[in-house]
Design a binder for this molecule. Structure first.
Ligand code: AMP
Ligand code: MN
Ligand code: MN
Ligand code: MN
Length: 307
Protein backbone atom coordinates (compact mmCIF):
# COMPACT_ATOMS: atom_id res chain seq x y z
CA UNK A 1 0.00 0.00 0.00
CA UNK A 2 1.48 3.31 -1.07
CA UNK A 3 -1.31 5.83 -1.54
CA UNK A 4 -1.02 9.51 -2.46
CA UNK A 5 -4.52 10.90 -1.91
CA UNK A 6 -4.01 14.61 -2.64
CA UNK A 7 -2.60 16.18 -5.83
CA UNK A 8 -3.41 18.81 -8.46
CA UNK A 9 -3.40 18.92 -12.25
CA UNK A 10 -3.55 21.88 -14.65
CA UNK A 11 -7.36 21.83 -14.39
CA UNK A 12 -6.77 23.74 -11.14
CA UNK A 13 -3.46 25.25 -10.05
CA UNK A 14 -1.09 22.40 -10.94
CA UNK A 15 1.26 22.61 -13.91
CA UNK A 16 0.81 19.07 -15.29
CA UNK A 17 -1.87 17.26 -17.28
CA UNK A 18 -3.64 14.45 -15.37
CA UNK A 19 -1.94 11.83 -17.59
CA UNK A 20 1.44 13.14 -16.45
CA UNK A 21 0.44 12.65 -12.79
CA UNK A 22 -0.45 9.05 -13.57
CA UNK A 23 2.95 8.54 -15.21
CA UNK A 24 4.71 10.02 -12.15
CA UNK A 25 2.68 7.78 -9.82
CA UNK A 26 3.65 4.71 -11.87
CA UNK A 27 7.30 5.79 -11.75
CA UNK A 28 7.10 6.04 -7.95
CA UNK A 29 5.33 2.64 -7.78
CA UNK A 30 2.30 4.02 -5.99
CA UNK A 31 -0.59 1.62 -5.37
CA UNK A 32 -3.26 4.38 -5.27
CA UNK A 33 -3.49 7.96 -6.54
CA UNK A 34 -6.43 10.33 -5.98
CA UNK A 35 -6.60 13.42 -8.22
CA UNK A 36 -8.03 16.19 -6.01
CA UNK A 37 -8.13 19.43 -8.00
CA UNK A 38 -9.54 22.56 -6.37
CA UNK A 39 -13.32 22.77 -6.85
CA UNK A 40 -13.48 20.76 -10.08
CA UNK A 41 -13.41 17.18 -11.39
CA UNK A 42 -12.47 17.93 -15.02
CA UNK A 43 -9.15 16.08 -14.68
CA UNK A 44 -10.88 13.00 -13.33
CA UNK A 45 -13.39 13.09 -16.20
CA UNK A 46 -10.57 13.35 -18.74
CA UNK A 47 -8.75 10.33 -17.24
CA UNK A 48 -11.93 8.30 -16.88
CA UNK A 49 -12.82 8.82 -20.56
CA UNK A 50 -9.68 7.01 -21.67
CA UNK A 51 -9.48 4.23 -19.09
CA UNK A 52 -11.84 1.34 -18.62
CA UNK A 53 -13.74 0.98 -15.35
CA UNK A 54 -12.22 -1.00 -12.60
CA UNK A 55 -14.93 -3.66 -12.26
CA UNK A 56 -13.34 -6.15 -9.92
CA UNK A 57 -10.27 -4.65 -8.38
CA UNK A 58 -7.63 -7.04 -7.19
CA UNK A 59 -6.33 -4.97 -4.34
CA UNK A 60 -2.81 -5.20 -3.03
CA UNK A 61 -2.52 -6.36 0.57
CA UNK A 62 -3.33 -3.40 2.82
CA UNK A 63 -1.23 -4.49 5.74
CA UNK A 64 1.95 -2.85 4.53
CA UNK A 65 3.03 0.64 3.51
CA UNK A 66 5.58 -0.44 0.96
CA UNK A 67 5.84 0.61 -2.69
CA UNK A 68 4.05 -1.62 -5.13
CA UNK A 69 5.72 -4.80 -6.26
CA UNK A 70 6.97 -4.63 -9.84
CA UNK A 71 4.10 -4.77 -12.34
CA UNK A 72 1.40 -4.34 -9.66
CA UNK A 73 -1.40 -2.09 -10.93
CA UNK A 74 -2.00 1.53 -9.94
CA UNK A 75 -5.53 2.35 -8.74
CA UNK A 76 -6.83 5.82 -9.58
CA UNK A 77 -9.47 7.36 -7.33
CA UNK A 78 -11.76 10.27 -8.16
CA UNK A 79 -11.28 13.22 -5.83
CA UNK A 80 -11.71 16.94 -5.30
CA UNK A 81 -10.53 19.62 -2.85
CA UNK A 82 -13.33 22.00 -1.89
CA UNK A 83 -12.56 25.49 -0.53
CA UNK A 84 -14.87 26.16 2.41
CA UNK A 85 -15.49 29.12 4.68
CA UNK A 86 -15.26 28.53 8.42
CA UNK A 87 -15.75 31.68 10.51
CA UNK A 88 -14.03 33.77 7.85
CA UNK A 89 -11.12 31.34 7.41
CA UNK A 90 -10.54 29.31 4.23
CA UNK A 91 -10.55 25.58 5.07
CA UNK A 92 -9.92 22.88 2.47
CA UNK A 93 -11.94 19.67 2.45
CA UNK A 94 -10.76 16.83 0.23
CA UNK A 95 -13.38 14.40 -1.05
CA UNK A 96 -12.54 10.89 -2.19
CA UNK A 97 -15.50 10.10 -4.42
CA UNK A 98 -17.43 7.10 -5.61
CA UNK A 99 -19.51 9.07 -8.13
CA UNK A 100 -17.78 12.29 -9.24
CA UNK A 101 -20.72 13.05 -11.57
CA UNK A 102 -23.26 13.12 -8.69
CA UNK A 103 -25.68 16.03 -9.24
CA UNK A 104 -25.46 17.55 -5.76
CA UNK A 105 -21.65 17.62 -5.94
CA UNK A 106 -21.53 19.06 -9.46
CA UNK A 107 -24.06 21.77 -8.56
CA UNK A 108 -21.86 22.86 -5.67
CA UNK A 109 -18.66 22.71 -7.79
CA UNK A 110 -20.26 24.76 -10.60
CA UNK A 111 -21.16 27.45 -8.04
CA UNK A 112 -17.59 27.43 -6.67
CA UNK A 113 -16.17 27.71 -10.22
CA UNK A 114 -18.54 30.61 -10.95
CA UNK A 115 -17.47 32.39 -7.75
CA UNK A 116 -13.85 31.88 -8.78
CA UNK A 117 -14.53 33.49 -12.20
CA UNK A 118 -16.36 36.39 -10.53
CA UNK A 119 -13.47 36.88 -8.16
CA UNK A 120 -11.00 36.93 -11.07
CA UNK A 121 -13.16 39.56 -12.82
CA UNK A 122 -13.20 41.71 -9.67
CA UNK A 123 -9.43 41.36 -9.27
CA UNK A 124 -8.96 42.13 -12.99
CA UNK A 125 -10.80 45.41 -12.63
CA UNK A 126 -8.68 46.37 -9.59
CA UNK A 127 -5.55 45.51 -11.59
CA UNK A 128 -6.87 47.57 -14.51
CA UNK A 129 -7.15 50.55 -12.16
CA UNK A 130 -3.55 49.91 -11.11
CA UNK A 131 -2.52 50.04 -14.78
CA UNK A 132 -2.13 46.29 -15.30
CA UNK A 133 -4.45 45.15 -18.09
CA UNK A 134 -5.13 41.80 -19.73
CA UNK A 135 -5.66 39.41 -16.81
CA UNK A 136 -8.91 37.88 -18.06
CA UNK A 137 -7.53 37.37 -21.58
CA UNK A 138 -4.38 35.71 -20.18
CA UNK A 139 -6.35 33.34 -17.96
CA UNK A 140 -8.70 32.42 -20.83
CA UNK A 141 -5.78 30.66 -22.55
CA UNK A 142 -5.23 28.27 -19.60
CA UNK A 143 -6.77 24.79 -19.31
CA UNK A 144 -7.87 25.57 -15.72
CA UNK A 145 -11.52 24.99 -14.85
CA UNK A 146 -10.94 26.35 -11.34
CA UNK A 147 -9.10 29.68 -11.49
CA UNK A 148 -7.02 30.46 -8.41
CA UNK A 149 -5.00 33.37 -7.14
CA UNK A 150 -1.88 31.33 -7.98
CA UNK A 151 -2.79 31.74 -11.68
CA UNK A 152 -3.12 35.49 -11.15
CA UNK A 153 0.21 35.58 -9.30
CA UNK A 154 1.89 33.83 -12.25
CA UNK A 155 0.35 36.39 -14.62
CA UNK A 156 1.73 39.26 -12.49
CA UNK A 157 5.18 37.68 -12.54
CA UNK A 158 5.05 37.07 -16.31
CA UNK A 159 3.96 40.69 -16.87
CA UNK A 160 6.93 41.89 -14.84
CA UNK A 161 4.66 43.51 -12.23
CA UNK A 162 6.22 41.33 -9.47
CA UNK A 163 9.43 39.40 -9.05
CA UNK A 164 7.87 36.28 -7.49
CA UNK A 165 4.59 34.61 -6.60
CA UNK A 166 5.17 35.53 -2.94
CA UNK A 167 5.59 39.21 -3.84
CA UNK A 168 2.43 39.05 -5.97
CA UNK A 169 0.50 37.84 -2.90
CA UNK A 170 2.15 40.44 -0.67
CA UNK A 171 1.57 43.46 -2.90
CA UNK A 172 -1.57 42.52 -4.83
CA UNK A 173 -3.49 39.37 -3.93
CA UNK A 174 -3.15 38.89 -0.18
CA UNK A 175 -5.45 40.46 2.40
CA UNK A 176 -3.43 43.68 2.45
CA UNK A 177 -2.72 43.71 -1.27
CA UNK A 178 -4.09 46.40 -3.56
CA UNK A 179 -6.11 43.97 -5.68
CA UNK A 180 -7.43 41.84 -2.81
CA UNK A 181 -10.93 40.49 -3.21
CA UNK A 182 -12.35 38.26 -0.48
CA UNK A 183 -13.53 34.83 -1.59
CA UNK A 184 -17.04 33.56 -1.01
CA UNK A 185 -16.86 29.84 -0.44
CA UNK A 186 -19.50 27.34 0.62
CA UNK A 187 -19.58 26.39 4.30
CA UNK A 188 -18.17 23.13 5.66
CA UNK A 189 -21.56 21.38 6.10
CA UNK A 190 -22.45 22.04 2.40
CA UNK A 191 -19.03 20.87 1.16
CA UNK A 192 -19.12 17.71 3.25
CA UNK A 193 -22.75 16.98 2.29
CA UNK A 194 -21.90 17.25 -1.43
CA UNK A 195 -18.99 14.81 -0.99
CA UNK A 196 -21.20 12.36 0.90
CA UNK A 197 -23.91 12.67 -1.78
CA UNK A 198 -21.23 11.43 -4.21
CA UNK A 199 -20.68 8.34 -2.07
CA UNK A 200 -17.48 9.91 -0.83
CA UNK A 201 -15.38 10.31 2.29
CA UNK A 202 -14.74 13.91 3.43
CA UNK A 203 -11.15 14.48 4.55
CA UNK A 204 -9.96 17.64 6.30
CA UNK A 205 -6.93 18.77 4.26
CA UNK A 206 -3.55 19.78 5.79
CA UNK A 207 -4.85 20.77 9.27
CA UNK A 208 -1.45 22.08 10.37
CA UNK A 209 -1.44 24.77 7.66
CA UNK A 210 -4.29 26.85 9.07
CA UNK A 211 -3.43 29.84 11.26
CA UNK A 212 -5.23 28.38 14.29
CA UNK A 213 -4.36 27.87 17.95
CA UNK A 214 -4.69 24.31 19.21
CA UNK A 215 -8.02 25.07 20.86
CA UNK A 216 -9.42 26.66 17.67
CA UNK A 217 -8.14 23.71 15.64
CA UNK A 218 -10.00 21.42 18.01
CA UNK A 219 -13.17 23.46 17.45
CA UNK A 220 -12.66 23.10 13.71
CA UNK A 221 -12.26 19.31 14.04
CA UNK A 222 -15.42 19.13 16.15
CA UNK A 223 -17.41 21.18 13.62
CA UNK A 224 -15.99 19.14 10.73
CA UNK A 225 -16.98 15.89 12.41
CA UNK A 226 -20.44 17.19 13.31
CA UNK A 227 -20.90 18.08 9.61
CA UNK A 228 -20.20 14.45 8.61
CA UNK A 229 -16.45 14.68 7.99
CA UNK A 230 -14.83 11.30 8.56
CA UNK A 231 -11.08 11.64 8.00
CA UNK A 232 -8.18 14.07 8.14
CA UNK A 233 -4.76 14.29 6.59
CA UNK A 234 -2.14 13.38 9.18
CA UNK A 235 0.68 13.43 6.67
CA UNK A 236 1.27 15.70 3.72
CA UNK A 237 4.14 17.06 1.67
CA UNK A 238 6.61 19.19 3.61
CA UNK A 239 5.37 18.06 7.05
CA UNK A 240 7.83 17.37 9.84
CA UNK A 241 7.46 14.03 11.65
CA UNK A 242 6.70 15.74 14.97
CA UNK A 243 3.74 17.56 13.47
CA UNK A 244 2.56 14.22 12.09
CA UNK A 245 2.55 12.73 15.61
CA UNK A 246 0.43 15.66 16.88
CA UNK A 247 -2.01 15.27 13.99
CA UNK A 248 -2.36 11.54 14.59
CA UNK A 249 -3.21 12.22 18.25
CA UNK A 250 -5.84 14.76 17.20
CA UNK A 251 -7.35 12.46 14.58
CA UNK A 252 -7.57 9.66 17.14
CA UNK A 253 -9.23 12.02 19.65
CA UNK A 254 -11.91 12.99 17.11
CA UNK A 255 -12.22 9.44 15.70
CA UNK A 256 -11.25 10.51 12.21
CA UNK A 257 -9.59 8.13 9.74
CA UNK A 258 -6.00 9.00 8.77
CA UNK A 259 -5.31 10.13 5.21
CA UNK A 260 -2.09 11.19 3.50
CA UNK A 261 -1.06 12.90 0.30
CA UNK A 262 1.66 15.05 -1.22
CA UNK A 263 -0.47 18.06 -2.31
CA UNK A 264 1.62 17.92 -5.49
CA UNK A 265 1.27 20.95 -7.78
CA UNK A 266 4.42 20.97 -9.89
CA UNK A 267 7.60 18.92 -10.35
CA UNK A 268 9.50 22.17 -9.66
CA UNK A 269 8.59 21.93 -5.95
CA UNK A 270 10.82 19.06 -4.82
CA UNK A 271 9.33 18.79 -1.32
CA UNK A 272 5.90 18.00 -2.61
CA UNK A 273 6.71 15.46 -5.30
CA UNK A 274 4.11 12.79 -6.01
CA UNK A 275 4.33 10.16 -3.24
CA UNK A 276 6.59 12.33 -1.05
CA UNK A 277 5.32 12.73 2.54
CA UNK A 278 6.13 11.04 5.87
CA UNK A 279 4.68 7.51 5.78
CA UNK A 280 2.12 6.26 8.29
CA UNK A 281 3.83 3.96 10.75
CA UNK A 282 2.49 0.42 11.18
CA UNK A 283 0.72 1.35 14.46
CA UNK A 284 -1.35 3.94 12.56
CA UNK A 285 -2.44 1.59 9.79
CA UNK A 286 -5.53 0.28 11.61
CA UNK A 287 -7.11 3.75 11.41
CA UNK A 288 -5.87 4.49 7.89
CA UNK A 289 -8.47 5.68 5.42
CA UNK A 290 -8.21 2.47 3.41
CA UNK A 291 -9.86 0.74 6.39
CA UNK A 292 -12.97 2.95 5.92
CA UNK A 293 -16.06 0.91 4.88
CA UNK A 294 -16.53 3.10 1.76
CA UNK A 295 -12.91 2.67 0.55
CA UNK A 296 -13.59 -0.43 -1.57
CA UNK A 297 -16.57 1.08 -3.38
CA UNK A 298 -14.53 4.21 -4.10
CA UNK A 299 -11.63 2.14 -5.50
CA UNK A 300 -14.02 -0.09 -7.47
CA UNK A 301 -15.61 2.97 -9.09
CA UNK A 302 -12.15 4.30 -10.01
CA UNK A 303 -9.77 3.19 -12.73
CA UNK A 304 -6.95 0.70 -12.85
CA UNK A 305 -3.71 1.30 -14.75
CA UNK A 306 -1.47 -1.67 -15.35
CA UNK A 307 2.20 -0.89 -14.89
P1 AMP B 1 -7.44 30.74 -4.08
O1 AMP B 1 -7.98 29.34 -3.90
O2 AMP B 1 -7.82 31.34 -5.39
O3 AMP B 1 -7.74 31.64 -2.92
O4 AMP B 1 -5.86 30.61 -4.19
C1 AMP B 1 -5.23 30.03 -3.12
C2 AMP B 1 -3.93 29.44 -3.59
O5 AMP B 1 -2.97 30.48 -3.62
C3 AMP B 1 -3.45 28.45 -2.56
O6 AMP B 1 -3.75 27.13 -2.98
C4 AMP B 1 -1.98 28.68 -2.46
O7 AMP B 1 -1.31 27.73 -3.28
C5 AMP B 1 -1.75 30.05 -3.05
N1 AMP B 1 -1.36 31.04 -2.02
C6 AMP B 1 -2.14 31.58 -1.07
N2 AMP B 1 -1.46 32.48 -0.34
C7 AMP B 1 -0.20 32.52 -0.84
C8 AMP B 1 0.99 33.24 -0.53
N3 AMP B 1 1.02 34.15 0.46
N4 AMP B 1 2.10 33.02 -1.28
C9 AMP B 1 2.06 32.13 -2.30
N5 AMP B 1 0.98 31.39 -2.64
C10 AMP B 1 -0.13 31.59 -1.92
MN1 MN C 1 -3.41 24.68 -4.84
MN1 MN D 1 -5.27 22.95 0.13
MN1 MN E 1 -4.24 20.85 -2.43
Amino acid sequence: MYADLHCHSHFSDGTEAPERLVALALEKQLSHLALTDHDCTHGVEQLWRHLTPNQAPVEPAISSIEPNADHAPLYLLAGVEISCDWNGLEIHVVGLLEDPAAAELQTLLSAQQRRRRERVAAIASKLDSAGIAGLSEALDTLPAAALTRSHIADFLVQRGACKSREKAFKHFLGRRGKAFVAAQWCDIPSGVAAIRAAGGIAVLAHPSRYPLTRSKLMRLLGDFRDAGGEAMEVSCGNLDPLAKKRLIDLAAMFELYYSCGSDFHTPQAQWTAIGKFPKLEPSAIKNAIWEHPKWHSIVSAGRRVDA
